[in-house]
Design a protein. Sequence first.
Length: 399
Amino acid sequence: MFQLLILFSSIAFCCCDECSSLAAVSEASLKYGLNELKLEVNKKTTNPIINSIGTLAGLACILTAFTENDAYKIMKALNLDQTFTNATQFYDDFQQINISRFHEVYNFLLISSEYPVLEQFITKMKECKYLQVSVNIDFKTKLHILNSGLKAYVKNVTANTTDNCFYETLQLTTNEKLVFLSVNNFQENFHNKFKSNSLKQLFRNDAVNQLRVVSLYNRDQHPYFKQDDECQIIELRIGRYKMIIMLPHSPDGYINLVNKLNATQLRSISNRLKKLRESKAMQLVTILLPKFKIASNRKITINSTTGLGVLQNTFQTIPGMSTANNLQFSYVSENSAMKISDSEGAKFGQSVNNRHVLTVINMFKVDHPFLIFLFETVTGTDILIYCAAFDAIMKEHQI
């Protein structure tokens, strides 16, 4: 089955010219594992029942990697066209499939680090009638719901809190519950692929597709930081978010960048940066979100029995995170800043082992809808995790 996954991964995810069309897929590759695929599709029913992660992942790849006609050609080559009378019927019937393993496909695509393909798959599956009702997700599959439209459909998720996965429940204004699920080894899965010591290396590999680079700026070229000559800036887009990643060339670059953003609002961050500079921390992350309004008494508490929510269980390599029972996000309406603390009053970002130090994450009102990350070292993993962590809050307030 593992080989089957590799097969379909290669069919769907390769972006080189030679593999971008159906004709480029070798006959041998198509034949490999196809018998398994056919055996796992129950032709006795109008709508095939798929019970294998390999099979469903393969069909997902076919759906997302090729055009509708090409997808049908592949199905015909698999002798599955008896089930689907034509390409249109293929898509119609696929929406009726009992997607008992849908979450495994999602996890498979996620681990394959193919966000564009994943997004296409989500777009297709959003239309499935199966997903328009309550969805019970088995935590043992360790699904991670990322930045996707699926979250609007996920309700009443059954949680197995003993499975060493964490969950975070946000109570939205519509009284619907939104749940993040995560994989314990999520960071590890992405780390090797995206690990990079420089932005130049980072944007030479798969992160180009993953992050959808909007533009690359050299020093003094970015419209928001024209006067800055101490960092390299990359502007990119993930889904609906525009993001700016800045790579300061020195610890002083952090202070200068922060002071230029808004000296009054960011003064506390500047002071924290100075402390981090003294401790010679290797990494600092600051996230700015626009037009953020929330009541001052609004709090989101994450139960640490399943890990300290997004900030603890996902960021496994980050030191300095307290193991207190609860981690609270306190929103301050006066300056729309989000302050992070725990029940023991731990000061995040000051426990340092020279790697992945997280400081307070602040949300401020800004004129343009972008997220700002300040890194000395950056990986695609970090960006995706942060994007997922705050997606719900942004959508709730229509940011």
